[in-house]
Design a protein around this ligand. Sequence first.
Ligand code: C2E
Ligand code: CA
Ligand code: CA
Length: 728
Amino acid sequence: MWKFNENFSSLRHGIQFILFSMIFLIVIGLGSEKFYGIFGENNYSAIHLMMEILIIVVTMSISIQTWLISPYILSNRVLYIGSLFLTISFIEIAHTLTYKGMPFFITESTPYAATWFYMLGRLLLSIGVLCIYFVKEKEIKLIYRWLIYSLPFVIIISCFGILYAPTPILPPLMIEGEGPNLLKNTLQYTAIALHLVIMVISLKNFKKAPKIIFLLLCSSIYLIMSDYLYTIYKDVYDIKNFTGHIFELGAFYLLFRAIYFSSIERPFKQLVDTQEHLEKSREKMHYMAYHNEITNLPNERFLMESLKRDLYISKSQKAILAIGIERISAIKASLGSTYADQMISLIAHRLKNALPEKHLLCMLREDYFVVYIDEVKSTHQLTHLSQQLQFVMEESFQIQHFSLNSQLNIGIALFPTNSYREEELIRFALYAMHEAQKTSTRIRFYESSISNETTQRLLLENDLHDALANQELFLEYQPQLDLHTGQIKSVEALVRWQHPKKGWISPGVFIPIAEESGLIIPIGQWVLETACKQVKKWEAAGLPPIKVAVNLSLGQLFQQNLVEMILNVLEKTQLEPQYLQLEITESMTINIDHMTTILHKLKALGVTIAVDDFGTGYSSLSYLKDFPIDCLKIDRSFVQKIQSNSTDKALVDMILSMAKHLQLKVVAEGIEEIEQLSYLVESKCDTVQGFLFSKPIPPNILQENYQRLHNDAKYILDSITDSITVSE
Ligand code: C2E
Ligand code: CA
Ligand code: CA
């Protein structure tokens, strides 16, 4: 495409040139009498010859140029132009040779043949260009090139035939000493008229190819100027005739430029542009191959190549920090990857700002970052840096209407202490990162023992993928005893995994893996459906109504269709919603706004909501007034210490009185000893759950032993009531 600047400067130059020519023309016109005969008769033949040679060179160049490019362009128009200019070039040669003052050529040179040759060439130019304008551009076979280029020969021979016929066929065009006659001027004006038509047509197409049209217009103006001058000279030595030749030469030169531009310069520039474009996309591809597209940070390939290059250069100790974003998989699985990606790129931004320039920050495939530090002074320096990185994450991230918090788990591997191989270093740092989440600081240096644990964990994750399909998961139910009635009115559903090789695996082990990998979504749905079905089965078996409590993970709460999913399960299993309780944990209060909306929607379904492990969360209790909660579950850790620790006792008391105040039910978890129970009975706790009454048991056992469980419970409760009465 012709760029604007280029456009403008050419235009300016062109206009300057034309203005200059106009002035030149006026000077010549005014002073023509003075200039008349300035060259002298003898000199003029030579001067004219030089001018004509230049014109011939230019016209010939046009035809040669088009001949040469035609195999690449294969356009009929281009070939016609070439042929036209070859003809004109031949005619100009004839004109030159027959010009007055030239040596003997066929006959004595007279203005008769010379002016006719000129006139024929001139008319041919206008008519030819006009015709070519109307020819439809199309591809042409290369062999036609020869045919088209042989036309000029035919034409010039015919011209010679006509002009050198024994008796002149055509009338003369000029009278010596007087100048051109009427016929000559009529023909000249006809040429001008034709050229004006060409100009009008050109102008119409200006937008399509401004530069080419502009050059064509300039050329036409020059040609018309020369035409005009050729109508007013007195004889061939007149300076007007000479100036006419200059303009004619100028016109041909501009035409040459136009054709050169359209057939060579412009395609060439387009080629250069394409090449540049290609080069750019190649650079872009290279960049993409070495960078992560979400964060624009260098990727794994970049890191590996840098490590291969740099690791062994100096003997200094180096470190790899693997940085994992806590819960990112859950966010991805539940909120979708758009949110997760936004979050990741915000985190990347903060990390980049917090890190010194010299450290290389990369983003690896599975949503974790790696920092390469090429000179480590002390491990303390690394701990400090890690803490700084964690610190910058403290402020929550605002992503659309969610405000999300994130923590970083950081694993560190040292070169050459832990390994001197780049892949292993990264792997070890990742292992340490996985272990880091179990520590309070969330920072962990790699130790050889970690490798084993992590490998196990990764293997488990792999197996967990198939666990659902292979029916390795099942549910157990732990009864909850209503202390007011002594009845089992509810149970908590707890998921179990019977691994085909490794045997029984605790949910404490595989639930976090499921959460991290996003598997919690399908597993959670399966648990819910199975639990609801079970309640209906018990009902069918004749047991009194039992409510089931199902644990929800954070990932599930952010699952987009959670409410719908639960509704579907209720409809499918025909369970009345009041028999379903959902357990959430305090740590889920990271996003109060979102939680409030979701919980209200859940409540609207008719299910009840309990806060699990109450008291262990670090969040403020302010959410209690916003969330539509029905029940608090006092964590096992408090219950366990009831007998020994007076602070915990006070805490349990406080929870109970707060619950009463907020009109919430209270379930105390993990009751193992009779003393714990008696304290809770005394404190008017509503419900208890614990090994003292029953461990989590398979549903058929619960059904079969339903009565016995009640008898046991009654026995225990009675013993307390007795002891309470006795102590009173
Ligand atoms: P949780 O929700 O706090 O579940 C209660 C846990 O305490 C269960 O452990 C239960 O077996 C145990 N427990 C109950 N009574 C006593 C007692 O008297 N003494 C002691 N020492 N422990 C008692 P479990 O089954 O190992 O589950 C561990 C955790 O795994 C659960 O803690 C829950 O957070 C999670 N979990 C279990 N099933 C599911 C599930 O289906 N979905 C989700 N998201 N999480 C689940
Ligand atoms: Ca629970
Ligand atoms: Ca619990």
